[in-house]
Design a protein around this ligand. Structure first.
Ligand SMILES: NC(=O)C1=CN([C@@H]2O[C@H](COP(=O)(O)OP(=O)(O)OC[C@H]3O[C@@H](n4cnc5c(N)ncnc54)[C@H](OP(=O)(O)O)[C@@H]3O)[C@@H](O)[C@H]2O)C=CC1
Ligand SMILES: O=C(O)C1=N[C@H](C(=O)O)C[C@H](O)C1
Length: 251
């Protein structure tokens, strides 16, 4: 009997899912027991006795997938985007019925992106204003990116804690969208351009200075160490964990 962790991938034919399949296959402590895509039956996961499933599908599919996984006590590592407070509450509700099951939802698995979010959170209270610009390939499912949304939420939280009020902005906009999307008071701008993969700039400004934190994902391989870390840790971390930073020692 193998002692390797039995891992499945959902969205296995996708841009990041196909990379995750290769990463799991290459990991000495894991066995890829299922690689499923859109038309496959989720029941294959139970038949394959998957212990951990990695979901890299689509915001429209992920809630149904998680419902199945949690009901069947299969731990989940989720990179799929589209997370709202309401969706997270639904996941917590499902987990309450399956208390031994662990779910990690990570807006971004790349180490540099996790650090970008952490640095942005730390910088936020020192600057009057901040804006987030995310830049992705044009086939991306959603906008703004999950990473940009999370970054803006972390900045907003840090501003609230520091007692900072709304960011100054006296602009009158002639066209809807000119100032981007408002995420908790932080403007978020989405660029979609052939040739890009996944990039983000967080801009801070105050009197006489600006600070820009930039991260570039240049290949899908950058997400793999984070995904594998999540797969290794999620089974011993029951309940919902939101953000890979909780599985990393950032201090
Ligand atoms: N957290 C992170 O670090 C990262 C997250 N992502 C996120 O991962 C998701 C996937 O991105 P990406 O790989 O670029 O997208 P792709 O469209 O390339 O891949 C998604 C794959 O999932 C398949 N799929 C759709 N619905 C289902 C379903 N119900 N069950 C199984 N498979 C399904 C798609 O099939 P079909 O083509 O037929 O629709 C496709 O093969 C997005 O939400 C993206 O934002 C991406 C990179 C990093
Ligand atoms: O769709 C992508 O490509 C990515 N999606 C995630 C997001 O929305 O933040 C992570 C990364 O930006 C790549």
């Amino acid at each position: 009997m193998s002692s390797k962790l039995r891992v499945a991938v959902l969205g296995a034919q996708g841009r990041i899912g196909s990379e995750a399949v290769r990463a799991v296959e290459a990991a000495e402590d894991m066995e890829l027991v299922a690689a499923l895509d859109r038309d496959d039956e989720p029941a294959a996961l139970t038949a394959a006795k998957a212990e951990v499933t990695v979901d890299l599908t689509h915001p429209d599919a992920v809630m149904g997938n998680l419902g199945f996984l949690i009901r069947n006590g299969i731990h989940a590592v989720v990179g799929t985007t589209g997370w709202t407070g309401e969706r997270l509450e639904t996941v917590r509700g499902l987990l309450a019925e399956s208390p031994g099951t662990g779910v990690l939802i990570a807006p971004n698995f790349s180490i540099g992106a996790v650090l970008t979010m952490e640095f942005a959170r730390k910088a936020a209270r020192w600057f009057e204003s901040s804006e987030v610009v995310e830049l992705h390939h044009p086939n991306k499912a959603d906008a703004p990116s999950g990473t940009a949304t999370r970054t803006a939420q972390l900045i907003a939280g840090a501003r609230r804690e520091a007692g900072r009020g709304p960011q100054p902005d006296a602009t009158t906009t002639a066209l809807d969208g000119a100032r981007g999307a408002d995420v908790d008071g932080v403007p978020v701008h989405s660029v979609r351009l052939r040739g890009l993969l996944a990039h983000q700039e967080v801009l801070f400004g105050d009197t006489g200075e600006t600070l820009t934190i930039r991260h570039d994902s240049l290949h899908h391989s950058c997400f793999m160490p984070g995904i594998l870390l999540g797969v290794r840790r999620v089974g011993s971390t029951p309940g919902l964990t939101f953000g890979l930073e909780h599985f990393m020692d950032l201090d």
